[in-house]
Design a protein around this ligand. Sequence first.
Ligand code: COA
Length: 389
Amino acid sequence: MKNVYVLSAAMSKYGKSPLSARELALEASRKAIEKAGITPSDVQGGFVANAFSLSEKQGHLGPIVMSGLGIPDVPASTIESACSSGASAIREAWINILAGIYDCMLVVGVERVSQLDTITATTYFSFGSDYVFEGACGASFPGLYGSIARAHMTKYGTREEELASVAVKNHDNALKNPNAHLHKKITIDDVMKSPVVASPLKLYDACPFSDGAAAAIICSEEFLKRLNGGKPEGVIKILASGRAGGTGALHQRPDLTTLKAAVLAGREAFKMASLTPKDIDFAEVHDCFTIAELVALEDLGFFPRGEAAKATLEGRTTLKGEIPINPSGGLKAKGHPVGATGVGQVVEVYEQLNHKAGERQVSDARIALTHNVGATGGSCGVHIFSSFD
Ligand SMILES: CC(C)(COP(=O)(O)OP(=O)(O)OC[C@H]1O[C@@H](n2cnc3c(N)ncnc32)[C@H](O)[C@@H]1OP(=O)(O)O)[C@@H](O)C(=O)NCCC(=O)NCCS
């Protein structure tokens, strides 16, 4: 298989933004292009990951982004896979480069929802569930993940304090990330005393509604050779891409404590890279709710079933732990601008593998994994990256 690279990756700050989706997408895209040391005219095609175009009544962002970059003739399509839109867009660019169709592509993920009130945003987000059986019946994402949490607690004895330890860790990491949405130190007690959103999940078990954008330049080996003798500064390698689907609705699943799409996507990625979880130096996983991080760690094989909760409470997934998870702060505290999230995970990997993550740097980071889930597991993308050498 041919080699495919991330030439650069950059993001806007996540949080509540006065900027529109198109402005955020352009900001991140321009930063990524500049960091890559290329010009917009080097970009041959693009994908814009965006899940809730309804929020600004602006679909078809591809041509808008490309026009804003001054390259209106370059084709770009919007990719929508709910919360895994970003990973889907990265994978589509990877496939296009592998197929030899393009040598240099822009992937940009973006979302802007902070102008909506909580009820409207929750309703729009529920369009990403199996709406007939879930959203329309009043089951919001906090409710659906609350059901997953309850099932995990029943099957494995997982405790609310253990869920809370995920939030405490990710808030700690986000304090070291200037681009994170939430900069607030919290304790397990704070989580336990925060208002219940969907039992057993509380305010601090949930990710916030965030605005933001993240972009990456994906390129071929041939393109690299044209730049700086084949080893441009910062470039990292995509070792593997895994993607799988799952049922849209929870009631169609025999077991709520695992997301089959994540198991299958992880398996595909590890096989393609000829690696195992033990080879991964750190991972950015989809912790839209604290329970989601625990399920991810078990689905990907970082911990045996039922053991991720205890491991997290014991500090084994902190920045200095045996397998740092979500050094960026994760969706929980870095934020979750839905379409941007999967690309934003790649930004963290890019910074970490270049040893430019500042205070949150994972020591000796060489191989990293990203895991990006659509809704409650209707889709999942897992990518594995390595530093260039
Ligand atoms: C948890 C949730 C309901 C809170 O929304 P809300 O009650 O409208 O909260 P508000 O926006 O009024 O914020 C109230 C306070 O809590 C904070 N806050 C809001 N959401 C937060 C979160 N998830 N974590 C930590 N703090 C949060 C705000 O910063 C604000 O703090 P302040 O008073 O110090 O300024 C909302 O964030 C939510 O639904 N999150 C999940 C989003 C989701 O489902 N995404 C898709 C996942 S698949």
